[in-house]
Design a protein around this ligand. Structure first.
Ligand SMILES: Nc1ncnc2c1ncn2[C@@H]1O[C@H](COP(=O)(O)OP(=O)(O)OP(=O)(O)O)[C@@H](O)[C@H]1O
Length: 307
């Protein structure tokens, strides 16, 4: 597995108070990694350390397989980022802002600026100073600036903050395109589960400065699937009735007294009736409805859980 980013026991204290504690995170090449955590959890502080804006108190950061040091300019040139709100020269146009940024980064390619603006769909902005841009346009310009230097990794701190639902959807689609069509690895933070859930391949859950879980969304979905569980003393017969009489294929026998049905398109009453009509004695019926939201709330309240 190739990781574009790894941290090893990364910690940061401000005035003796620890804001980030021993974080070990791993971002795979090409994936969208969603950093999820409530306000004040430590997301921005970690992202600032990853981009050399602040120095860790202890621990290490490895980018593209190499240790990050205060002198890692070349390595940082392979990253595009927006940390907190993107700040621009307000009186200058979008193009002028991107030109300055590219020059500062030692990357100047006029075509790349046009391409970046096109990619984020900022059009008809010639001659317009950035102070006349809406919040959504500024967020898109921030992303254009982050991608103008053709980075391999994007680090975006709450890029949808303050946007309306249409703006949020546009940014989400843009990040998907950058990931899928351009192969850019993306680390994106949010305090909104619904957003991260729709976007990320892997989620890192952070609370009180600690990474309490790092897990693929696919894995969470699998283990948190909804099902109905029947307890019976004749699992074999129950399985036969459900598969043969009701054509249900997605079932799992657990031990010798429980059977779980993951196909919830058939009403419970119908399953119940078929089992009873076929002389399957039921001891109990239990429906598990746990949602992803409950799963994360459980994590944030109770610490680590197995996915
Ligand atoms: N420069 C600083 N001086 C003192 N404390 C700080 C500083 N920067 C961050 N902190 C503290 O570190 C903790 C983590 O803050 P951080 O901004 O990283 O959280 P966050 O998860 O990004 O939340 P938010 O979404 O609200 O920005 C907070 O308790 C914050 O007060």
């Amino acid at each position: 597995m190739t990781y574009v980013l790894q941290t090893h026991r990364l910690s940061k204290s401000f005035k003796g108070k620890e804001s980030v504690s021993e974080v070990n995170m791993k971002v795979k090449q090409g994936e969208i990694y969603g950093f999820l955590g409530p306000n004040g959890a430590g997301k921005t502080t970690i992202m600032k350390m990853l981009t050399n804006l602040i120095k860790p108190t202890s621990g290490e950061i490895e980018l593209f397989g190499e240790k990050l040091t205060p002198a890692s300019y070349t390595m940082l040139g392979r990253i595009g980022s927006i940390i907190e709100y993107p700040i621009f020269y307000d009186k200058l146009t979008a193009q002028a802002n991107l030109k300055l940024h590219c020059e500062y980064m030692g990357y100047y390619n006029k075509k790349a600026i046009g391409e970046a603006l096109e990619l984020v769909q900022l059009r008809g902005i010639d001659g317009k100073p950035v102070k006349d841009f809406s919040l959504g346009m500024k967020q898109r310009l921030g992303i254009a600036r982050a991608i103008a230097t053709k980075p391999e990794l994007l680090i975006l701190d709450e890029p949808i903050n303050g946007l309306d639902p249409v703006g949020i959807k546009e940014i989400r689609n843009l990040l998907r395109i950058l990931s899928q069509e351009y192969g850019i690895s993306i680390l994106v933070s949010s305090h909104l589960l619904a957003e991260i859930e729709q976007l990320a391949d892997t989620i890192g859950v952070i609370n009180h400065g600690r990474l309490i879980q790092e897990v693929s969304l696919e894995q969470i979905r699998e283990t948190n699937a909804e099902y109905i569980e029947f307890q019976t003393n004749d699992c074999q017969k129950a399985a036969y009735v459900l598969t043969q009489h009701l054509n249900i294929s997605n079932i799992r026998v657990i031990g010798n007294r429980s059977i779980r049905v993951y196909d919830l398109s058939i009403p419970l009453a119908q399953m119940n009736k078929a089992l009873i009509m076929n002389d399957v004695a039921l001891e109990s019926i239990h429906q598990k409805n746990s949602s992803l939201e409950e799963y994360f709330i459980g994590l944030l309240n109770g610490g680590e859980q197995s996915a």
